[in-house]
Write a protein that binds this ligand. Structure first.
Ligand code: SF4
Ligand code: SF4
Length: 74
């Protein structure tokens, strides 16, 4: 599993840093967000869904697919 930030798309809003419940993200000395504690990610999907620039991807193994991967049965 790896959380990937595409810095070509990132607009530096820091929403991912502010909203991650597990403090996976941190800010470097220049104030740019980066993945610091990837092992703390519990795949809630919040950062990826809330990123306004579609710059963030939460990668996961299929055997530990996150809840947002599944849809409610119709
Ligand atoms: S939410 Fe998206 S655009 Fe905002 S800092 Fe994080 S990766 Fe960048
Ligand atoms: S998926 Fe959830 S726990 Fe994982 S980095 Fe994003 S906001 Fe944090």
């Amino acid at each position: 599993m790896a959380n990937i930030i595409d810095y070509e798309k990132c607009i530096g809003c820091n929403l991912c840093y502010e909203r991650c419940p597990e403090s996976v993200y941190d800010l470097d000395d220049a104030g740019r967000v980066y993945v610091r504690r990837e092992e703390e990610c519990w795949l809630c999907g919040s950062c990826q869904m809330d990123c306004p620039a579609d710059a963030l991807k939460v990668k996961f193994d299929l055997n530990v697919a996150p809840l947002f991967f599944f849809k409610e049965p119709q």
